[in-house]
Structures are given as structure tokens and as C-alpha cells.
Design a binder for this molecule. Structure first.
Ligand SMILES: [Zn+2]
Length: 329
């Protein structure tokens, strides 16, 4: 996630949206609802009648597996190890896996080699695609750390990086287990270079490349793209993201109505935060898109973005929502 938002943020609730294609990232200060994503929240209410297989503890284990590798910054051998791990696990689950190489074209990542990991589970009866994404790189600096001496330190990225990846990997296990029930083809994309460095010119390398390289044939098959970023905070608070809501309101509204059906306490069906993230290149390509992000995470881009801040229950809330979107909607 972006770092320059906080600066804007301090000047409060000023949203600039120029034309229909320029997006600025604004984090609006405001009172945070107290919400306890307590145990069993994802199984409460109407969810009792809906059997979902997503396991939050499995996802949390994969957060810790990533953290054990160390910071997964683009170009680093630890990130290469994670990419290999993603690829081998996804292939073992029966996904077709493509490593999509790309070269950064501008900004500080110009000339840098990045690699998206793209996993597909086709459905024989229906070629239409539902795409879910997350970024698997972590930012090499900690610009928001309260301790100035730590701001050049690569972060662990438990929430900003590992959480979205972990949700997608547990979702992959569920999709493989429930393969015979699939009614649509599923694609999972792990983006590189989302957090290459601070500043929008130095971010989103993988998603920008992917969105620009979608063929007309594939585009015609895509139903939607949903991004998960920072979805593991144990104090989970996910609101409707303003860019997603403005451009493709039906998708965001469907997500939050589904969250309500499932009794997910960390989801709030009201708009808050205007975010520039990996979903924006998809929105600009005309693909219905949304981002799920908890942008009230106090450890964002600090060295304190560590495993103790992330919970299995929060990961399960996002994961069960994705499973529900795939199999019930
Ligand atoms: Zn970030």
C-alpha cells in the first residue's frame, strides 16, 4: 500500500477525483467502529446453513511460513523462494501455473525483472473467469515507522503482503477440494512489484503489466476481479472502497451484501478510503473490480507489521467471502 497517503490524510477528508480516470489515494481520518471479529463470526447467523470449507488456521500457517522466509522484496532471493513455493503448491493442487515475466518500464523499477504468478482452475462447463488477486512482494522500507532509525528497514509484511497471499492459497486448496462444484473458471494472480518502493510511480508493476496484456478473448470472459490486500488484521475493519464503488458499484455491493449474509463482523457496508492499489489497472481496463482492504491498520509500512497482528478469524472472514462468491453466487 501507498505511503504518501498519510501525508494527504492529515489534511483530512479531501478527495480529489479529476475526470473519470485519475485516482488519488486518500485516507480519511475518522472514528473507527469498534468491531470484534470474534471466534465464529464467519459461522454466525445465516452462515450456519452455508457450509464453507475455508480454514483460517491454514491461512494463518501460510502467513507464518512466509514470515519465516524473511522480507520478500522484489528481486530478492527470498521472494524467489516464495514464488517457487506458490508455484509448486498450486501445481500440486491441480492448477495450471504460469510465471509471467515483465520488465519495469518506468519509475525506480525501470529495467527491473518482475514475475507475476498466475494460477488457473478451468471449469469445463463454463469458461467465464472469476479472478482473485494479491501481491506477494513486501516493501523494502518502513516509511511510516514512528522510529526514524527504522524507516530504511524492510518490513516483515505479515498483513501487507502475506495476508492476501495466504487467503488466496487457502482458497486454492478449497477450490481444488470443491472442483466438481465449480460453475465458473477461477484464476488466482499473485502480483509482483506492488510495493517496489514508495510513491505511485514505483508501484503496481505486476498488475499494470497484467491488465495491459489481457487479450480481447480473455477480457470477454472475465466476470470480475477482486483484490485482497491487508485483510488479516485481528481488529478487522473493511469498508467499501471508493474507487471500486464509483466505477463498479454492483460488485462492491454484492461483496458487502454477501458479507452480511455470512455474518462477517469485520465488514462494514459503507464507503471509506479511496485507495490506489492493484485493482486500479483492472478498473481502467474496464473490468468490474473491487479491493478488500483494511486501511485502518496502524502498523502499515512499519517494522511492526508482524505475525502477532494477524488472526485466523480475520483471514477466514475474507476467505469465506471469496469461497461464497465462487460457489454460491
Ligand atoms: Zn504496502
Amino acid at each position: 500500500m501507498l505511503d504518501n497517503i498519510k501525508k494527504l490524510c492529515n489534511s483530512l477528508m479531501t478527495a480529489f477525483l479529476i475526470g473519470s480516470s485519475l485516482f488519488f489515494l486518500i485516507s480519511c481520518a475518522g472514528a473507527k467502529e469498534s468491531s470484534a471479529p470474534g471466534a465464529g463470526a464467519a459461522n454466525g447467523g445465516a452462515a450456519k446453513e452455508i457450509e464453507l470449507k475455508f480454514n483460517g488456521n491454514n491461512a494463518l500457517s501460510f502467513v507464518y511460513e512466509q514470515l519465516a522466509m524473511g522480507p520478500r522484496t522484489s528481486k530478492d532471493a527470498k521472494q524467489t523462494a516464495l514464488r517457487d513455493r506458490l508455484s509448486s503448491k498450486l501445481k500440486a493442487l491441480g492448477f495450471t501455473v504460469e510465471i509471467q515475466p515483465l520488465k519495469g518500464a518506468s519509475g525506480m523499477g525501470a529495467g527491473v525483472d518482475f514475475y507475476n504468478v498466475i494460477a488457473t482452475m478451468p471449469c469445463a462447463q463454463n469458461q467465464n473467469l472469476r479472478i482473485f488477486g494479491a501481491h506477494y512482494d513486501t516493501i523494502p522500507v518502513a516509511p511510516n515507522d514512528p522510529d526514524a532509525s527504522k524507516r530504511m528497514t524492510p518490513i516483515a509484511g505479515a498483513n501487507d503482503g502475506a495476508s492476501g497471499v495466504a487467503v488466496l492459497m487457502e482458497l486454492a486448496r478449497v477450490v481444488a477440494e470443491r472442483k466438481s462444484e465449480l460453475k465458473h473458471s477461477i484464476k488466482l494472480i499473485f502480483f509482483d512489484g506492488e510495493d517496489f518502493y514508495t510513491g505511485t510511480d514505483n508501484m503496481f508493476y505486476g498488475s499494470r503489466h497484467y491488465a495491459a496484456s489481457i487479450s480481447a478473448e480473455e477480457k470477454a470472459k472475465i466476470e470480475y476481479f477482486i483484490l485482497a490486500d491487508m485483510v488479516g488484521d485481528s481488529d478487522l475493519n473493511i469498508y467499501q472502497e471508493i474507487n471500486s464503488l464509483r466505477k463498479f458499484p454492483e460488485l462492491t455491493e454484492k461483496l458487502f451484501a454477501s458479507a452480511e449474509t455470512l455474518g462477517l463482523k469485520g465488514f462494514h457496508a459503507s464507503p471509506r478510503h479511496q485507495i490506489f492499489d492493484d485493482h486500479i489497472p483492472f478498473i481502467e481496463a474496464g473490468i468490474p473490480s473491487a479491493v478488500l482492504i483494511d486501511f485502518d491498520y496502524p502498523y502499515w509500512h512499519t517494522v511492526s507489521d508482524t505475525g502477532d497482528k494477524v488472526s485466523a478469524d480475520s483471514l477466514a472472514q475474507c476467505g469465506k467471502l471469496f469461497e461464497y462468491m465462487i460457489f454460491e453466487k
